[in-house]
Write a protein that binds this ligand. Sequence first.
Ligand SMILES: Nc1ncnc2c1ncn2[C@@H]1O[C@H](COP(=O)(O)OP(=O)(O)OP(=O)(O)O)[C@@H](O)[C@H]1O
Length: 351
Amino acid sequence: MPADQSPGQPASHGATASSGAAPGASAPEHAWRTGDEPRRVAQAALKDLSWEVGVAKPDPAIVVDGVTRTFGGLTAVSVDHLEVQRGGITGLIGPNGAGKTTLFNLLTGFDQPNTGSWSFDGRPLGKLAPHQVARLGVVRTFQLTKALSRLTVLQNMLLGAQGQKGESFLRALVPGTWRAQERANTEKAMELLTRFKLDRKKDDFAGTLSGGQRKLLEMARALMSDPKVVMLDEPMAGVNPALTQSLLGHVKDLREQGMTVVFVEHDMDVVRDISDWVVVMAAGKVIAEGPPESISQNQAVVDAYLGAHHDAPLTVEEEDRVLAEAEAAIAREENADGDVIGSETRRQEDR
Ligand SMILES: Nc1ncnc2c1ncn2[C@@H]1O[C@H](COP(=O)(O)OP(=O)(O)OP(=O)(O)O)[C@@H](O)[C@H]1O
């Protein structure tokens, strides 16, 4: 099925509809705001949307418009319009080199685009540095964890709190203020470390943690700034199966706590398990979006992953016709090039 088709789906709110568009027509008005169980709430908000690239969401936290990023002659990202629903888990998938990490980098201020704009809660985020974006409530984790090996686990956590009150120069001159802030930060860090079962490792160097524990630390650290949107770049990659379950649980918890989650993942089982909505990128563009169950049926997605177009199997009649045409073509070729083919065959026989 082409990316822009969604049989049986209701009319879209329109790819170019402005952010904050009206909720889906058939859902009870604001049903997802009434304290319902978060997953059901997120899914109810999205269930009547058409599976159409750029479709407007009922309550978008992030809106991206015309964002492009090129590296030399390569267009790494070219996203016309994308909205991310507040309070849901959006899976961002796509083959290697599709532009997922570059898009994350752009949205969180770690890279600058050639063109385009994007906003969080209607507030433009372009041209802001990562710490400014984080202060506004949008944080990210990295594919290769950035946990600083020679700092302890707790020190890593406290770094995540940067940008809060204690950082200002004037406040730093008033010891009481920053000490109180430091105490509060440490308390919060310990609460998070306990939640992520890393509290007993608080004095260990981050470099001694396993890959999975570093991912947990990365996620815990991202939460130090009380984010509203958490962007996780391959949070499960390289993590052993036992810890994967724990990480998945933590990602779901973020939604329980009302956060908006966008995560990059290659494992489709994980994507199906936790996503409310899936966005597929290939060659820098968004080529499909929809609920997880819509993605595997999408021909554009299948083609993007396999890198080739796959025809439906031929019927017996079609197979006979194709064979007959091929035989006729070969016969014509032999007649036309008879001498050449013949002399080449003779040369081979002579050897
Ligand atoms: N700093 C850079 N300089 C040059 N090319 C880059 C740079 N960063 C990314 N690219 C290129 O941009 C394209 C998109 O890369 P990106 O890492 O965003 O893809 P991805 O979808 O995250 O891939 P993966 O799933 O393998 O992580 C790739 O072709 C990559 O080689």
